[in-house]
Ligand binder design. Structure first.
Ligand code: UGY
Ligand code: MN
Length: 256
């Protein structure tokens, strides 16, 4: 069976996808391909957008050899890139960066960007976009390119559960955080969270059970979850290996 086809041939009605007014669970096999002018040789999977109720967009790009953005783009939004697999090349305002699995980049609103596959294999990259919420007297952040291995793992609340803050989100210039949360087998949150911030979650590895509002969902590597503001949420890792996810969260702004 191919990676995108998880049910046996002839079985169609079983799936793990869910959409409510508070959350969405989206296994990759159900996300149909989109096309965006100016991006070629690439399978484009839209995971979150305004039409879902989200205040950000998240797009998974599977760039084949020679694939990616055909020319520099500027949609006026902030962007965040995270490389899941393969080699990629990213240009930000004329400066080019070689990216490998675990590399990430923050791009300020208004920058010109160009992303392409830089190797022979497919390159899989998450592309998140968000309108910048400016605050008087605070300068917007500058571009930042780094790698997951350069970011300290901090232990919060419990042993066996670590956070990596990919962006310096204690800096009020940033209006969103991108964190990698990792859970050793059997580890879990210290409480059920209910908060004003929304989330986009991409499962990087492992598996677990996610409580969303009042429903349990089993999820694993490659799944995407959207959590709307105030959606009750809780996770525990199952299986025999670490579970990790990349998590978007809007932060640092006044509530109106
Ligand atoms: O930072 C967070 O809100 C995080 N603990 N939430 C989550 O993983 N669903
Ligand atoms: Mn949360």
């Amino acid at each position: 069976m191919s990676k995108r086809q998880i049910q046996p041939p002839g079985v169609f009605a079983h799936h793990r996808a869910a959409l409510t007014s508070h959350y969405a669970v989206m296994p990759p096999e159900g996300i149909l391909e989109s096309r965006i002018p100016g991006i070629s040789n690439t399978t484009i999977s839209v995971q979150a957008s305004r039409s879902l109720g989200a205040e950000f967009a998240q797009i998974l790009l599977d760039m084949r050899a020679g694939g990616g953005m055909d020319h520099a783009r500027n949609d006026g939004l902030q962007a965040f890139f995270y490389v899941i697999s393969g080699q990629a090349w990213l240009e930000i305002d004329g400066r080019s960066h070689d990216l490998r699995p675990g590399s990430f980049a923050y791009v300020p609103a208004g920058a010109n960007i160009r992303l392409a596959n830089a190797g022979g294999e497919n390159a899989r990259v998450i592309w998140l976009k968000k309108a910048y919420e400016a605050v008087e007297g605070i300068r917007p952040p500058k571009a930042l390119v780094s790698h997951r291995d350069q970011v300290e793992k901090v232990n919060k609340h419990t042993q066996g559960r670590t956070w990596q803050h990919l962006l310096p989100d204690e800096d009020p210039a940033f209006d969103f955080a991108m964190n990698i949360l990792s859970f050793e087998p059997g580890n879990y949150f210290p409480m059920i969270e209910t908060h004003v911030m929304e989330h986009g979650l991409y499962m990087l590895e492992g598996q677990g059970m996610y409580l969303l509002q009042a429903d349990w969902h089993e999820c694993w590597e490659g799944d995407f979850i959207y959590m709307a503001p105030f959606c009750p949420q809780f996770f525990y890792a199952t299986g025999w290996s670490r579970a990790s996810y990349l998590l978007y969260k809007n932060v640092n702004r006044d509530i109106v």
